[in-house]
Design a protein around this ligand. Structure first.
Ligand SMILES: Nc1ncnc2c1ncn2[C@@H]1O[C@H](COP(=O)(O)OP(=O)(O)OP(=O)(O)O)[C@@H](O)[C@H]1O
Ligand SMILES: [Mg+2]
Length: 541
């Protein structure tokens, strides 16, 4: 059925087309720009256009896709680089050159590629929705193909599988393909959610040791301009101990995204020794791409993340940054003349955000496997004001806060994670796990926190009386705290030190604290700090 454009106001377009539903995807104008229905009044629908709509005119035709905005899910997503509408960027470049032209809709999966398909299902087997009916090898993982409906298999293919050909047929003659579509705004179903219990090792000493993350957990990384959000997110994307990483560059600089792509295509995954890109999906919606698609980009990405989680894998979702996403939401809401809430953000900012963040978690999948989707989300509060609505809305649902500190960043202490204001609600669970594996974790962590806290208090005293005015025990405390900060908490992402295993992390802090305690014992026995330090320096060499 055809309709037509009746009004255009920026990226918001009114169309006259019957039988639309909220959330339906429509193709607007002669160039068939993708849009989503966001408001309905009689036959007139307000459509948010996701692409650059310059040149669109009144009276141009509109057609409906008769369903919501979807992503296509199947083998071949890993290693892919997509825009916010899941259009593969390399195909867009092949077809239209370096600059994305509007109205293109290439298929995101490679239909010409042959996959080695193997299955244990036989003809006559009864399949349930979400049950695996076979697998293909994709990079380092076994990519399970999951049934999209209940039914009895009447015919089964094995060997080479191309995505355009059915892998099997049901008794009613319906084909079972190796890919399927899923609406981006609908969370994929699971049997039940489980509490997160396993640590997610990021390789960042400060995080793993002081503020550990769990697989299936959510943490947010708010930080002012230049505090290291992007570098931290990208470093975690490289080293986190997960099976799949989905990285969304949301409204950030295009050159950073290009840098990430170059780097990732050269680097090896430290665990599997395979190219890092093989476990990574990138969704790029940089600052120079249309704003509305930025709003959908995190949903596109999280749906792909859920798809891999449903295979029983551990998936990490990274977004840089949610503030740019919220700004896109604000821009769209303003164009719709909705009542603004705090700071001009729509009143539904909090519920939209929590709806999205709730898609994280450990789950029992429909086939009974256990998979996890973890999220580490950067937030860039304007003026580093953490009281602003986006940071606050994220905080309500996140389990860990990694607060980046402008002053630490100015001192070039990276990662600039403020150890006083950051927290992790997952700490106890992760610590129990680490203590079981490596011993002593809990004692060392609380000792380390003590020393850092004592330093804060002592620094104020030292400002008044000078370092020389402090007692030897306090001077030692200051010295150890400085060592912890500079040698342990600082971790340069551009050197070999960028990644630390939990074992190394523990050994390093253990050595620092043991040295502190040894000198402290000497002090208690009446020796002088300077003598003890001299002895220590001579002993080490
Ligand atoms: N872990 C790190 N190791 C070494 N250098 C770092 C680290 N983190 C940040 N930096 C330095 O800080 C600079 C700014 O970092 P980054 O671009 O990640 O900040 P940002 O918070 O993303 O900034 P913006 O708000 O502009 O997006 C980097 O170019 C790098 O020089
Ligand atoms: Mg950045």
């Amino acid at each position: 059925m055809n309709g037509m454009v009746t009004r255009i106001s920026g990226a918001t377009v009114c169309v006259d087309l019957a039988d639309l539903k909220i959330g339906d995807r429509v193709f607007v104008g002669i160039s068939r720009l993708t849009g989503e229905v966001v408001r309905l009044e009689g036959r007139i629908a307000t459509v948010q256009v996701f692409e650059d709509n310059r040149g669109l005119g009144i009276g141009e035709p509109v057609t409906t896709a008769q369903g919501p905005l979807t992503v296509r899910l199947g083998p071949g997503l890993l290693g892919g680089v997509f825009d916010g509408l899941q259009r593969p960027l390399h195909k867009l470049q092949e077809d239209g050159g370096d600059f994305i032209s509007s109205g293109q809709d290439p298929f995101p999966l490679d239909c010409s590629r042959s996959w080695d398909f193997s299955t244990e299902c036989t003809v006559g087997a009864a399949l349930k929705t979400g049950a695996p009916f076979g697998k293909v090898r994709e990079g380092h993982i076994d990519h399970l193909l999951l049934s999209t409906r209940d039914g009895t298999l009447a015919q089964m293919n094995t060997g080479k599988l191309q995505l355009e050909n059915p892998a099997a047929h049901f008794e009613d003659g319906q084909p079972l393909l190796g890919w399927h579509s899923w609406p981006v705004r609908k969370a994929r179903p699971v049997r039940r959610k489980l509490p997160p219990v396993t640590p997610l090792v990021t390789g960042q000493r400060c995080l793993d040791f002081l503020f550990p993350m769990l697989k299936g957990g959510v943490s947010i990384v708010p930080g002012g301009f230049g505090t290291g959000k992007t570098v931290l997110e990208q470093t975690i994307a490289k080293f986190a101990d997960v099976d799949v990483v989905v990285y969304v560059g949301c409204g950030e600089r295009g050159n950073e995204m290009a840098g990430l792509l170059d780097e990732f295509s050269e680097l090896q995954d430290p665990r599997s020794d395979r190219p890092l890109m093989e476990r990574t999906i990138i969704v790029a919606n940089t600052s120079n791409m249309p704003v509305a698609a930025r709003e959908s980009s995190i949903f596109t990405a999280v749906t792909m993340a859920e798809y891999y989680r449903d295979m029983g894998l551990n998936v990490l979702f990274l977004a840089d940054s949610l503030s740019r996403w919220a700004e896109a939401l604000r821009e769209i809401s303003a164009a719709l003349e909705e009542m603004p809430g705090e700071d001009g953000y729509p009143t539904y900012l909090g519920s939209r955000l929590s709806g999205f963040i709730e898609r994280a978690g450990v789950v029992e999948t429909l086939s009974g496997a256990s998979g996890s989707l973890s999220m580490i989300l950067a937030v860039s509060p304007p003026g580093a004001d953490f009281a602003e609505p986006v940071t606050q809305a994220c905080l309500r649902v996140a389990g860990a806060l990694y607060m980046l500190d402008t002053q630490l960043a100015h001192r070039r202490h990276f990662p600039a994670i403020n150890w006083t204001h950051s927290y992790s609600l997952y700490s106890d669970t992760a610590m129990a796990h680490f203590t079981e594996q490596h011993g002593e974790w809990a004692r060392l962590q609380s000792r380390c926190r003590d020393i850092l806290q004592r330093e804060e208090a002592l620094r104020e005293v030292a400002e008044v009386v000078g370092m020389e005015g402090l007692q030897d025990a306090d001077r030692l405390m200051m010295r150890t705290a400085e060592k912890i900060r500079l040698d342990f908490l600082c971790q340069n992402s551009f050197t070999d030190d960028a990644y630390a295993t939990p074992k190394n992390t523990l050994e390093q802090i253990k050595t620092l604290i043991a040295e502190h305690e040894q000198i402290n014992t000497g002090l208690k026995e009446g020796a002088l700090l300077d003598d003890l330090l001299m002895e220590d320096a001579n002993a080490s060499g």
